[in-house]
Design a protein around this ligand. Sequence first.
Ligand code: 13P
Length: 256
Amino acid sequence: MRRKFVAGNWKMNTDTAKARDLASQVVAGLAANPAWADKVQVAVCPPFPYLAVAAEAIKGSKVGLGAQNCHHEASGAFTGEVSPAMLKDSGCHYVILGHSERRHKMGETDAQINHKTKAALQHGLTVILCVGETLAERQEQRTLAVLKEQFHHGCHGLSREQMSNVVLAYEPVWAIGTGHNATPEQAQEAHAFLRGRASEEFGPEVASKLQILYGGSLVPDNAPQLLAQPDVDGGLIGGASLDAGRFLKIIEAGAR
Ligand code: 13P
């Protein structure tokens, strides 16, 4: 059985005090509901400057820490970049890679994302690899073709063993921050397709263990239906993760 996983992507939000409070409230919410923590793996992904603050707040708890990006080199003359080794050293267990905002706003390519994925895995991080189609691609009936390409290129050259440290996140670009979530049927179709691709490329055992999260306007109201889909193994939450109460409600839905 795959465990559910709910991760909060804080994006470029919070400040020192808010990061500390938010992480502490998530820790307190889980401590008050131990059954949720047994069933659902939980992580928060603050901006780089607040990783240390959040790391301190979650110390000794069941909440994991993730970053939102990294560079592929371990160190060196890369002004403004942060390496996988630095993330490990800062207490991170996870790193989000290939988020659509990085693909579409920063121009990241599948090749760069693959490079980063390999580097992050080599440094012992678990990668939350995001894939997802734009609205135009969906309207042109290209959703599955886009997912196939992004998955293939993103995971190219990884071993089966490395795939056990990869979590996929299906995030349709048109659903992110728009209030228009994918329907449970749309999410299930995409997730089942991605699991099929994983089986094709890495074998059925890898595919059956692969956690595939849904992201895109996932909120407490729609979480029960989305998280009940057989191939939806959790959520990558943007807006609703900035409010501990809403984030915890999504975790509760995942624990059902
Ligand atoms: P929203 O939940 O704000 O739509 O963001 C989803 C997302 O991009 C998570 O990575």
